[in-house]
Design a protein around this ligand. Structure first.
Ligand code: HGA
Length: 608
């Protein structure tokens, strides 16, 4: 959420800020803003609602010049989407951009109002600006000391970058709750919430650790850890290729990412499958010892990752015979928990910064789990740093807000993990070999399904004017129905709901008429005959039905069958989501929606 980029240089920085903040637009895009300090030490701030292109136009008209500046794209949490609420926020000489939520902002606001501060926005961020200014004026201390002293008064999360017009040679960055990465240049340095913003200018990066405060000058940087001690943090050279971040021949990132799935899965499998064996050497011996003891698995995740976790529950229970529970992270953290004996805790997140999931992980550490593991796409992320073990999905950077390749690579890694644990616990099992062989064929299978795009385009034409769509699935296809419905909601704004097929008759069947299409995924498995009965029940009530299946299904009135190439039951969930992703994409496209930036949403949900 919220994109942040800032630079301190010896040249005019405006164009860089605009270009870089544009690349972070996927993280929040209701409004944006930029501020620089010019040579006369004046703060020039320009903000607007809407997309970064609007900001660019406004900035270019003004022809501003400054060697130090900060920019921000917002995803509002406190205060409506308006120019006044857009960042940066200013308190006299202090200029700030912020990612996070100040939970005690109302209390601080009234305290500061009593001290005479006048607020120009409804945001919690402006509270930080005035608080720092008040502390600075009262104590006469340096800004870094003021920030260190004010931290205890701020409750919540507050990753932020600050400029001081009285001392305009440096930026101060605070990492609290969401990531910040420093980019090292030649006589210029940068900071951003995501390396994508910096890759056109430098590959030399330093990720701040939770609680770090950095002072960034054009020629040097100094980092203090959460206890206030100076720390050296490791410099890394990013291997992300800036060119691969573009949309290429595709109209939207989501489309590109759907079509990238065969290659993302190849990356996820690379070095991990060798001669019928699954190799997770990255987990080490300690993990093996813990896995041998597991008697229960608790998985916690949000959104698309939650659906991947639900699929894996079927795998853990049916293949490894390990009871597995899956819970939405925000719910896990909202109740008193009873932990099962010898339970192992797993989190799933694309970004590794999902605030709800991080909170759940932190809670789990106090509850006596055997250990924890995260399955994540981002190596330097908070979840990776804070977990005992991690497995990277290696999907490559995902920019479309609606996750696609993250989902299928998470499933790929989960299936390998299930196979590995099963083999450890059941020495004679041939499951590792079987799954290693099936997974090797997965990228080709997905390529075959992607060729179905024309028929799915035709169906999207029939569905794009509907107001409600039902998705049904049974067994491990139920989470696929949920994910299909989520994709459709996210990018077309059509109301879509998913039900287990067998649950329909317990209520939702009342909805069925010719206006609510029902989409069913029905691969060949032991549940298919039951699903066929459900299809008949819907048809008998005049429902319009679309079935995705590799089997012959008796045609009913108002029914379309989309033939999917045969796949083994075990990997069917990974395959059957592909047509549903395409369907959501084409419906969103026909409705003229901004597919990569759906309204009200943002990538990487770093607030609870
Ligand atoms: N609370 C601030 C920043 C919001 C944010 O971090 N979103 O991801 C605001 O509402 O402006």
């Amino acid at each position: 959420m919220c994109g942040i980029v800032a630079a301190v240089t010896e040249r005019n920085i405006t164009d860089f800020l605009l270009e870089s903040i544009k690349r972070l637009e996927y993280r929040g895009y209701d409004s944006s803003g930029l501020a620089i300090i010019n040579q006369k030490k004046n703060i020039i701030r320009i903000r607007c609602i809407g997309k970064v292109n609007e900001l660019s136009k406004k900035v270019k008209q003004k022809k501003i010049f400054g060697k130090i500046g900060i920019a921000h794209t917002r995803w509002a949490t406190h205060g409506k989407v308006s120019e006044e609420n857009a960042h940066p926020h200013i308190s006299s000489n202090i200029v700030i951009v912020h990612n996070g939520i100040i939970e005690n902002s109302l209390k601080l606001r009234s305290f500061l109002e009593k001290k005479g501060y006048i607020f120009h926005s409804d945001t919690d961020t402006e509270v930080i600006a005035h608080l720092l200014h008040w502390e600075q004026t009262k104590t006469g201390k340096s800004l870094i000391e003021v920030i260190q002293n004010s931290k205890n008064r701020l409750h919540g999360s507050y990753s932020m970058v600050i400029m001081d017009a009285y001392n305009s040679s440096k930026l101060i960055a605070v990492r609290s709750g969401s990531p910040l990465v420093i980019g090292l240049g030649q006589k210029e340095n940068f900071i951003a919430s995501d390396q994508i913003a910096l890759l056109n200018i430098t590959k030399r990066l330093i990720y701040l650790k939770e609680g770090d405060i950095a002072i960034i000058h054009s020629k040097n940087i100094k980092i203090f850890n959460k206890h206030g001690f100076i720390k050296k943090r490791k410099e890394i050279i990013s291997n992300v290729k800036y060119k691969t971040i573009g949309k290429g021949k595709y109209k939207y990132y989501m489309e590109k990412e759907i079509y990238e799935q065969p290659s993302s899965i190849r990356h996820a499998l690379h070095h991990r499958i060798k001669k019928d064996k699954i190799n997770f050497s990255e987990l080490g011996y300690r993990a093996k010892k813990i896995f041998l003891n597991i008697e229960h698995i608790q998985i916690v995740a949000c959104g698309t990752s939650y659906h991947a976790a639900m699929v894996s529950k079927h795998w853990f229970e049916s293949l490894a015979s390990i009871p597995c529970d899956v819970e939405v992270a925000s719910e896990f953290s909202s109740r008193k928990l009873a932990v099962r004996k010898k339970s192992f805790f797993i989190t799933l997140s694309q970004s590794g910064e999902t605030a709800d999931t991080l909170e759940a992980l932190r809670i789990s550490k106090k509850l006596g789990y055997l250990g924890n593991l995260t399955i994540c796409n981002m190596k330097g992320s908070s979840l990776v740093q804070e977990s005992d073990f991690y497995l990277l999905t290696k999907a490559g950077i995902e920019i479309g807000v609606a996750s696609t390749k993250s989902f299928t690579t998470q499933l790929t890694v989960l299936l390998m993990l299930v196979a590995k644990i099963t083999k450890l616990k059941q020495k004679k099992s041939n499951i590792e070999k079987k799954i290693a062989n099936i997974l090797t064929t997965l990228p080709f299978r997905i390529e075959e399904i992607l060729k179905k795009n024309n028929i799915i385009k035709t169906i999207s034409h029939q569905l794009c004017n509907k107001n409600n769509i039902l998705f049904l699935g049974r067994g491990d296809q139920y989470p696929i129905a949920m994910e299909g419905a989520l994709k459709l909601k996210e990018i077309s704004y059509i109301h879509a709901e998913a039900y287990p097929s067998g649950e329909l008759k317990h209520g939702p069947l009342a909805l069925i008429d010719k206006n609510i299409p029902v989409i069913i995924t029905a691969p060949k498995n032991s549940l298919l005959e039951k699903t066929k009965k459900n299809i008949k029940e819907i048809s008998a009530r005049g429902g319009i039905i679309y079935v995705f299946s590799d089997q012959e299904i008796d045609l009913e009135e108002n029914m379309t069958v989309i033939k999917i190439p045969y796949v083994e039951e075990i990997i069917a969930p990974i395959l059957y989501i592909i047509p549903l992703q395409l369907l959501a994409y084409y419906i969103g496209l026909r409705k003229g929606k901004n597919i990569d930036q759906p309204r009200n949403l943002a990538k990487s949900v770093t607030v609870e």
